[in-house]
Design a protein around this ligand. Structure first.
Ligand code: SF4
Length: 426
């Protein structure tokens, strides 16, 4: 299949009428605080202060580990019983704590106050606190707030909420530019920047930036491409600043990356011939690298429990480029319009579900017995104990998996648990 055939198929999107099984019930997902783990590595002069409980502190500590060689860039201000009972003035305490932190850490230029379930329950207004603290800092440090609470959210929504909080801070521009939205590993960002430069598309900016002083500009001539499928609120906020948000497949695998680049090419009037020319070597390399994992994955059945919002594009990649058969693809929330291009590339046999009723979903999973199940950490061990092979969905955001060069790495994430399972069976 040539790149042009791929692009013709990808742009056919929108005709999907897959039925959706909607479920509401108990859910098993991490909360939005988890996003701090990759966001604090990306924005190098930012600090994330969670206003939460000991549980929040434990979650962060175990997910992000301890920073041994550098000062940590995240922490939890623990709400005590007196705060939760409304007997103490949390705002005064917060101001004192932030004052001490910023005096001790002059390297912090951007401070996020991150809300949690407890701060939401006691209705602590962190947006107001951020405004007050920003004023007190007189421009030296920007203080913003967002919620990472686990009440009715899933873990990737933490990144969406964080980037959404940055949108009002972006400087205005009238210049036409491309804004790529979503935290990408620096190496992937550099690869994309080179591809766009070769295609003659630019200037290109990235949100989040590597340093808070380099916030990308936005305005009516800005064109937005989301690199992740879970950034709906950020995309909406950029739309409200008059930017044009493109609908495109997400850059996972060869097909997704070509479709994603093609959307930018269309906006810039770059021809398909030029896109083929610029991407030919990377596409060939990626296809060759995919041969090995494809051998291990082809014909294997896979189910996704709703967790990361990455389920649909990853299922599309594993089906079309690795020959896997998706059995059930569960997503926490389904935005049919934004996912139209991806959904049209899933096989008709797939069971698509939205939301979660964990007991019913596990019953279906036990009946299906797929070769591999993608799920959160909390469900993985019990499922392994039942003889089902699993893959932690959180690895999909911790590992660089976007773009041509990472397509085989993405596929290899799924071959490993299968190969481990086979070794254990002997
Ligand atoms: S924000 Fe809520 S779900 Fe997340 S660790 Fe804190 S208490 Fe738990």
């Amino acid at each position: 299949m040539t790149a042009r055939d791929v692009l013709a198929t990808v742009s056919e999107g929108g005709a999907c009428a897959l039925p959706v099984l909607r479920e509401r019930g108990q859910r098993e997902v991490f909360c939005g605080l988890t996003g701090i783990v990759w966001l604090h590595r990306k924005i190098q002069d930012a600090f994330f202060l969670v206003v939460g409980s000991r549980t929040c502190a434990h979650l962060l500590q175990s997910a992000a580990g301890v920073m041994i060689f550098a000062e940590p860039r995240f922490a939890t201000a623990i709400l005590q019983d007196r705060d939760l009972a409304g007997m103490a003035d949390c705002n005064e305490e917060l101001d004192r704590l932030v004052g001490r932190l910023l005096a001790r850490r002059p390297d912090i230029r951007l401070l996020f106050l991150v809300g949690s379930c407890p701060s939401e329950v006691i209705k602590l207004d962190l947006a107001k606190a951020a405004e007050r603290l920003s004023l007190a800092q007189r421009g030296r440090v920007r203080v913003l707030a967002y919620s990472g609470s686990g009440i009715e959210t899933t873990f990737t929504e933490g990144e969406d909420a964080c980037l959404r909080a940055l949108v009002p801070e972006l400087p205005a521009t009238r210049e036409r530019s491309l804004l790529v939205v979503g935290a990408l590993a620096d190496v992937v960002e550099d690869q994309f920047a080179r591809l766009f430069a070769e295609l003659g598309i630019g200037p290109v900016h990235f949100l989040p930036p590597r340093r808070s002083g380099a916030l990308p500009p936005v305005g009516e001539a800005s064109v937005v491409l989301t690199a992740q499928p879970f950034l709906n609120e950020t995309a909406r906020a950029l739309g409200a600043r008059c930017a044009r948000v493109l609908t495109a497949p997400h850059p996972f695998g060869v097909e997704g990356t070509l479709g994603w680049l093609a959307a930018a090419c269309d906006a810039w009037g770059v021809s398909r011939e030029r896109l083929e020319q610029v991407t030919r070597r990377a596409v060939d390399r990626a296809r060759r690298a995919l041969e090995r994992p494809r051998k291990a994955l082809a014909g294997r059945r896979i189910s996704f429990l709703p967790d990361s919002q990455l389920e649909i594009p990853i299922a599309r990649f594993l089906h079309r480029e690795c020959g896997m058969e998706p059995v059930e693809v569960g997503v926490p929330y389904l935005d049919r319009e934004r996912m139209a291009g991806e959904l049209a590339l899933l096989p008709e046999s797939v069971r698509l579900s939205e939301g979660q009723h964990v007991d019913r979903q596990l019953e279906r999973l036990r009946a299906d017995r797929p070769d591999l199940t993608v799920c959160g950490l909390g469900l993985a061990n019990p499922l392994e104990a039942e003889g089902l092979r699993t893959k932690w969905s959180i690895e999909l955001v911790f590992t660089p998996v976007h773009g041509f060069e990472q397509a085989a790495d993405l596929a290899e994430l799924f071959t490993r648990p299968l190969e481990r399972g086979e070794r254990l069976a002997f």
